[in-house]
Design a protein. Sequence first.
Length: 422
Amino acid sequence: MAAESCKDWVLTVTAQTPTNIAVIKYWGKRDEDLILPINDSISVTLDPHHLCTTTSVAVSPAFTHDRMWLNGKEVSLSGGRYQNCLRELRSRAGDVEGEEKGIKITKKDWEKLHFHIVSYNNFPTAAGLASSAAGLACLVFSLAKLMNVKDDHSRLSAIARQGSGSACRSLYGGFVKWIMGKEQNGSDSIAVQLADEKHWDDLVIIIAVVSSRQKETSSTSGMRETVETSMLIEHRAKEVVPKRIIQMEEAIKNRDFPAFARLTCADSNQFHAVCLDTLPPIFYMNDTSHRIISCVEKWNRFEGTPQVAYTFDAGPNAVLISHNRKAAALLLQRLLFHFPPNSDADLNSYVIGDKTILQDAGIQDMKDIEALAPPPEIKDNIPAQKYRGDVNYFICTRPGRGPVVLTDERRSLINPETGLPK
Ligand code: DP6
């Protein structure tokens, strides 16, 4: 990378923002530019220790244009969505005084100053996990801190929303609702926190990153095609989701897992049903996704009460939310039984994130996976099928906190001398 020396000062801020998984899905826009949805949605924020974006932003009079590097590669900021976020932030920026460097930036200066933005995900981008939500939320959050934007998280969520709809829900930890709003200018289409991550900290989340060769339809174009062609989407947005939102808020408030699981699974299934009702039909789930659903459904039915909820976004990966640690360990045993790793894999990279779930499941090495007995609910179907290699890896995690500023200079991704990525 060409070294550009900054004759003047460089001011930086670094922040970390989580990703989120919707349990009542956002699918369909009523305004494509402002990113206004056709229904409310609810999500769970995932623990940033396991899935998050870290972004450093810098401003300097020596920068000649806005630049961004994502996971080590320079990317263009010319897209309308980035430009909308930057314009909104510049219009809300405040005065900034940097203590040591004698920096003074007034509100008006922000119109002329340029940014360098360096962003990294702590999970593989290729995994197909929603990285845009954490990425856009982090960009807006870190720039807002740098520019001394005084707006609260809800107002910031309305800016992040214009980068990517689901990003607005990553401005909070725990359980979050994106209110669709009624205003044409989108001012009331914001995220609010329903409960923080400590409210329901028994929940354990296991993500199965499923192998897929299929080129997926992006959420943006997929939901546009659904709104244009599906007859079911209007019924979903107007009749089904409003009732589910009320029930889901109640389930979260009361930590009512059976209701939470029933609503989460039903809403994921209906989202994929409207995808199938799109012309041409959109298939996000694959055979492995369907097998995971059937494994969970069989087990839940066998127990008589739900142990695990499943939900799938615009791809084949399964997000499985278990009632508590015990249920998560039993779930992991079932998943490893049906989806053992290829013989050349190692356990440390096959199950990542919170490894204590692996210990709870009594799995110490690969031999323990091979020795797993079939779960009781499939005893009468012996020989049970195994699908070796159909899951790339599992991530064990939990509900987590919202965005934070990282004050430790060593965590910055920008060289304070050059203003370029470290
Ligand atoms: C299936 O937020 O990625 O994950 O607003 O066009 O950027 P754009 O779409 P995006 O869509 C996410 C859709 C979803 C469901 C959800 O997160 O609610």
